[in-house]
Design a protein around this ligand. Structure first.
Ligand SMILES: [Zn+2]
Length: 314
């Protein structure tokens, strides 16, 4: 390349990266949820309100939520170069290699935004007594992955969180999850789906959040193309999931399934509850779904050892 051209191009590239970062910060989240949360936070009663009420409110008026902008409008090669150049951790390189193959980099703006000050710490379990049961975590606020285990699938799970998180107007977005400091919504959906991607992309040998993982497989099976749900996860685009779900089910069913997903985070996997939830989802798809979707659901039932015949509700 001509030296003069190179000097001209370089600062422009850097400027375009900086501008895009600013632009995204103010654009990406759903303004509706932010306003809703702000109202909730100033209200004293907010502390005793549960997630279901927030979910119900979101569902009443979710169509007015602003959607994420279409694309990160800079050259994909530049995004990829920027991510590799600013990554400080050798152990993340193979994970980045896979992620940029799986997801068009223009959708990876959270990773692009987080990578330069991402921190990765290895700790002994006993260094933090509160976290004895935790194998790893990712803190959106400090952009830090902390590992209490050397298992590769723990690192890749947390890396998925780091690649799908951003703070906007005091709301912490992580994949499908949104947290305002009081309520975390879509937590079960987020953890279950993170495990689906962990297994799919990084061949994670062990599934955590099993109940959520299995229910999320049914939700994903409602999408015409599963890539759309994967991309929605990295773009914090919960609207895409709601849109898809509402093609087959009701707003009440969406709220109910998300309550179940959230409960599943803390409670042991219960076959009876799981079957009850699958019954709701299966009957939705049976009544309103295309043939090929009904077939996908039947296959999932078989995998989960649930008799499709016994699920039918007339
Ligand atoms: Zn997690």
């Amino acid at each position: 390349m001509d030296l003069l051209l190179f000097i001209e191009t370089l600062p422009l590239s850097i400027i375009s990266i900086l501008l895009t970062k600013d632009y995204l910060q103010f654009d990406k989240a759903s303004q509706y949820i932010i306003n809703e949360y702000k109202r909730e936070c100033t209200n004293k009663e907010a502390e005793i309100k549960n997630n279901s009420e927030i979910l119900k409110k979101i569902m009443t008026d979710y169509v007015s939520m602003s959607r994420p902008k279409t694309d990160l409008n800079i050259d994909e090669k530049l995004i990829v170069d920027y991510i590799y150049t600013n990554n400080k951790y050798e152990e993340l390189v193979p994970l980045i290699d896979i992620l940029i193959k799986e997801i068009p980099p223009k959708n990876l703006y959270n990773l692009f935004f987080n990578i330069d000050n991402l921190k990765l710490e290895h700790k002994n379990k006993f260094q933090d007594s509160v976290l004895f049961d935790t194998l790893g975590d990712y803190m959106v606020g400090t952009n830090t992955i902390t590992l209490y285990s050397n298992k590769k699938d723990v690192l890749s799970h947390e890396f998925l969180h780091a690649s799908s998180s951003i703070i906007k107007n005091d709301i912490k977005f992580c994949g499908f999850n949104q947290y305002n400091g009081i309520n975390a919504i879509f937590d079960g959906l987020n953890e279950g789906y993170t495990e689906i991607l962990n297994r799919r992309y990084f061949a994670s040998p062990k599934i955590r959040y099993t109940g959520c993982y299995k229910l999320c497989q049914y939700i994903e099976a409602m999408f015409d193309n599963k890539k759309d749900m994967e991309i929605a996860y990295f773009r914090n685009d919960i609207c895409k999931v709601i849109d898809t779900f509402l093609k087959y089910g009701s707003k009440d069913e969406f709220v109910y399934i998300n309550e179940c997903l959230d409960k599943n985070m803390t409670m042991p996997d219960n076959k009876q509850d799981f079957t009850k939830n699958v019954r709701i989802l299966y009957n939705m798809i049976r009544k309103n779904g295309e043939k090929e979707k009904i077939e996908k659901f039947k296959q999932l039932n078989e995998k989960n050892k649930i008799s499709t015949k016994k699920l039918v509700r007339y």
